[in-house]
Design a protein around this ligand. Structure first.
Ligand SMILES: [Zn+2]
Length: 504
């Protein structure tokens, strides 16, 4: 049984912290947050090589965060059971000491990110002294203080001016010596030493027999501390791979789209999604009233994205590549038709899982459809803009695709009804479907130009000329109703229909 989740959909897997055993009269709370994840994953990356390293860079965020949490315990000579959470690039440690100076550790981390990643990303660490009463009686206030402290630390980031002498940019870079994957570092053999690490990690993530990895194999050196990190399902996630274990290239993934249809365009679908108004929900609910509530809620949400989503992909959507799945968001790249199908399923599963009728928590989506040659960093940015357009919708729960932003409820209603009608029209000529699409645009713009109200008579005329008014009555009535009531939703349905039938 779960306080927050309907476990009939998915029974979340996570380790609950046995907090009573950890609480002391005086403690220090240490939290870490990986910032600049987008830069870290995408900067300079070419699409051709993207599939080789995207997942492993995202996994690296998780691994580095976990290592750092462990290293902090090691430095303070405390057991790792004091790490009370670690997911989506964040960790929290409840240290049984009155105060802890984290300055040294922060400097080590800053050094690493400046040397290896030009300071475009990093981890902010905050430490707060607190008492048992703060924790048990005033948890909400404590979380507010923590959030403010984390924001301040992130704003300061590291003082680049002070660090300038450490920055060592490679000199004499030219076309021959520049790494083809990251486009910023000098090659060592085929690629630079950092990209080599990511490519090797990418291979390990797809191999069942590889269970763990040492820190130094990833080029991470914390003094003499070199622990093994378990490559569990959360870190491995799911990516499509070839028989030899190499990740499938994005061009191959695009080619696998519409595999059940004779025609259909071969393209990538890029999906970005996250939970709507999560901050507000947490503030207004009982989530931050106690650590136990917060622990269950945040780990249950993370588990849905980091374990349930990859499981679903592995079982049913094998041409979808997980760039990121965890915390409360998703970033996937896949065969465009599978991405569409998956989005319909996951928005519904989430609502059931989170008891939507009670919580009103939903996920909004941005989806772009593109040829695999499109630069991946552009696609990431563009899809983010689509997601932001969904977030403009009142009450959110939105989807933006093909320049239309719609609510899931109305889209699914239109989709379900049209799907029933169109199953008898699988061989409809694409030129006819394009006419329907044109009518959707006209219906949307009636207010701008009265001529657009002609769409109804044009639709009738088209049917009288090309169809059978008796036999095709259901189709005509359905189109008339939905183009009139929900032109955007109908446009999305028809676009998918036509993309599946259009020869490349
Ligand atoms: Zn490189």
């Amino acid at each position: 049984m779960s306080k927050y989740f309907n476990t009939a959909v998915y029974d979340p897997e996570y380790k609950r912290s046995d907090i009573d055993q950890l609480l002391q009269d005086k403690m220090t709370y240490i939290a870490g947050d990986f910032w600049g994840i987008q830069n870290f994953i995408f900067d300079g990356l070419t699409t051709q090589n993207a599939a080789k390293v995207l997942r492993s860079k995202s996994a690296f965020v998780q691994i580095y965060t976990e290592l750092l949490a462990k290293y902090i315990c090691f430095t303070l000579s405390i057991a790792e059971k004091y790490i009370i959470s670690n997911n989506a690039g964040k960790f929290e440690i409840l240290v049984p000491m009155e105060s802890v100076d984290i300055k040294n550790i922060q400097e080590k981390v800053d050094d690493y990110f400046i040397k290896n990643f030009f300071g475009l990303s990093g981890i902010s660490i905050v430490s707060l002294s607190l008492t048992k009463d703060d924790w048990t009686k005033n948890y909400k206030a404590f979380r507010d203080t923590l959030a403010i402290n984390m924001e301040n630390t992130k704003y300061q980031k590291f003082n680049l001016l002070k660090q300038t002498p450490i920055l060592e940019y490679d000199t004499n870079l030219d076309n021959k010596t520049l790494c083809k994957v990251c486009n910023i570092r000098k090659i060592e053999d085929e690629y630079c030493h950092i990209c080599n690490i990511f490519i090797e990690l990418g291979r390990k993530l797809t191999q069942k027999q590889v269970q763990d990895i040492y820190a130094d194999e990833l080029g991470i050196f914390f003094d003499n501390f070199n622990p093994k990190i378990k490559l569990d399902n959360r870190i491995k996630s799911y990516i499509p791979n070839k028989e030899d274990g190499e990740p499938l290239l994005f061009s191959d993934i695009a080619n696998n789209s519409c595999s059940n249809d004779e025609n259909g365009i071969k393209a990538l679908g890029v999906l970005k999604a996250d939970v709507d108004s999560m901050g507000n929900f947490i503030k207004q609910s009982d989530v931050t009233q106690s650590f136990e509530n917060f622990d269950e809620f945040s780990k249950g949400i993370d588990s849905f994205f980091s374990l349930y989503v990859p499981k679903l992909l592995r079982e049913q959507y094998r041409n979808i590549y997980t760039v990121f799945a965890g915390g409360d968001d998703l970033f996937l790249v896949g065969a465009w038709d599978e991405i569409m199908q998956f989005s319909r399923v996951i928005q519904k599963d989430f609502k059931t899982y989170i008891n939507y009728n009670k919580t009103k928590l939903s996920i909004s989506f941005g989806i772009s459809i593109a040829k695999p040659a499109t630069p991946i960093s552009y696609l990431a940015e563009h899809t983010e803009e689509l997601l932001e357009a969904s977030k403009e919708l009142d009450g959110k729960d939105g989807l933006t695709i093909w320049s239309e932003s719609v609510k899931w409820k109305s889209y699914i209603e239109v989709y379900t009804n049209l799907e029933l009608i169109f199953q008898n029209y699988q061989n409809l000529e694409t030129v006819t479907v394009y006419r329907f699409l044109e009518f959707c645009n006209m219906s949307k713009n009636v207010a701008n130009d009265i001529k657009n109200s002609m769409w109804k008579s044009k639709l009738n005329y088209l049917f009288s000329r090309n169809m059978n008014m008796d036999k095709d009555k259901e189709l005509l009535m359905g189109l008339d109703k939905y183009i009139s009531q929900s032109p955007s939703e109908t446009k999305i349905y028809l676009s998918e229909f036509v993309y599946k039938r259009r020869a490349v």
